[in-house]
Design a protein around this ligand. Structure first.
Ligand SMILES: [Zn+2]
Length: 165
């Protein structure tokens, strides 16, 4: 298990782009995820069930990653960690459909359709069809946790309660 700040310092990763993206999404950059770095790609596959072209996954506050050195050799360490941290920040603030969350992250981090496979490719394709850059804040706003609380059906006046005092 690695402390994120250690990771950022040791590998010289920058969060600059995350701050910029967070601004677009109107969320604070408060990271409280933990990172588990697998010892080898076999272990990564055993734990996550993911194929080797997936560098890391995010689930409930935990990033599970292939060995950092392998990702660094492939030149994707920074982009992989950045991608998973965005899942973390978005899931803390929004409850959006999976395709939208994935497509949004891929779009905002500049991923290209031709570099993607499977679910990622489908998500970005759909995102690009349904959302334009200017519309992102308003499109995602309906999935913001603060907005959802407006639709909480949990409280009802008992019948017979007068509506005026
Ligand atoms: Zn993702």
């Amino acid at each position: 298990m690695r402390n994120l700040n250690d990771l950022l310092n040791v590998y010289g990763l920058s969060l600059n782009r995350i701050y910029k993206i967070a601004k677009t999404l109107q969320i604070d950059v408060k990271i409280d995820a933990i990172i588990i770095e697998c010892d080898n790609i076999y272990e990564f596959h055993q734990i996550t069930g993911k194929p080797y072209h997936i560098g890391a996954i995010y689930i409930n506050g935990v990033i599970i990653s292939q060995p950092f050195n392998i990702l660094r050799q492939k030149g994707i360490l920074e982009s992989t960690i950045e991608h998973e941290l965005l899942h973390h920040l978005i899931e803390k603030n929004y409850s959006m459909p999976k395709w939208l969350e994935e497509g949004l992250i891929l779009y905002l981090t500049g991923s290209k359709l031709e570099d993607l496979k499977g679910e990622h490719k489908d998500a970005l394709k759909r995102f690009m069809q349904e959302v334009s850059y200017e519309d992102i804040p308003s499109y995602v706003a309906r999935y913001h946790n603060d907005n959802r609380s407006n639709f909480d059906p949990g409280f009802q006046f008992p019948s017979g309660t007068p509506s005026e005092p």
